[in-house]
Write a protein that binds this ligand. Sequence first.
Ligand SMILES: CC(C)(COP(=O)(O)OP(=O)(O)OC[C@H]1O[C@@H](n2cnc3c(N)ncnc32)[C@H](O)[C@@H]1OP(=O)(O)O)[C@@H](O)C(=O)NCCC(=O)NCCS
Length: 205
Amino acid sequence: MNRQRHPHDGGKPLNASIVLRLATMADVHLFDRWDQQPHVISATTDDPEALKAFEDANWPDEIAAQDEHSQFLIAEHDGRAIGAMQIIDPHRERTHYWGEIQPNLRALDIWIGEADCLGKGYGETMMRLAFQRCFSDPAVTAIVIDPLTSNIRAHRFYCRLGFKSLGRRMFDDDDCLVHELSREDWCNGFPDEAAEIPVEVKLPV
Ligand SMILES: CC(C)(COP(=O)(O)OP(=O)(O)OC[C@H]1O[C@@H](n2cnc3c(N)ncnc32)[C@H](O)[C@@H]1OP(=O)(O)O)[C@@H](O)C(=O)NCCC(=O)NCCS
């Protein structure tokens, strides 16, 4: 349990009820259900007709294809699965979604699937736990994210966590605003969490 305080949010501790765990095949039904949530769909596509969030994702295949460079995590709040994250090494993951990109980065994605869990600070705790996982590898210099340019609320959320905008970029048809959190900015923003990266949060290899 980690209840340090940090300067970004006036001393808000991490929510100790939230844990991240690796996704398994038993979670496929969650990914499928969350794909159909309107707030997840609007965060992943600008197509107003879209009925599904990650339209190309076949979740059994996605879960089965996890490796040391790409992993899905489930966030649980008091044991209830509330949302998901993906952590990838964008330089090495198999789809090369990010194209040509430098080594020693991590890329994150986050979606809270349960609508009644939005806006309660759970997303912030999920991100801060993920930062610890990413930066527990001493080679990692920064974390990048690619919210849709239209997802203004997500930009505010990321900027509050210390991300800085690097500019717009098209990923296929998606108009995105790439942001980066450097290790230095993370250490300055969350010094206690940075000082206490527990060995056990390291991603398995
Ligand atoms: C973005 C998200 C992870 C934030 O988690 P959260 O627990 O709701 O956020 P917190 O309670 O810590 O902080 C509240 C902030 O979350 C963001 N937020 C809240 N509800 C949101 C929603 N339905 N869609 C997008 N962002 C939202 C806003 O920035 C909000 O701050 P605001 O009141 O100033 O607008 C979560 O809202 C979510 O999963 N949204 C849908 C998927 C998404 O947008 N993912 C990011 C894609 S890159």
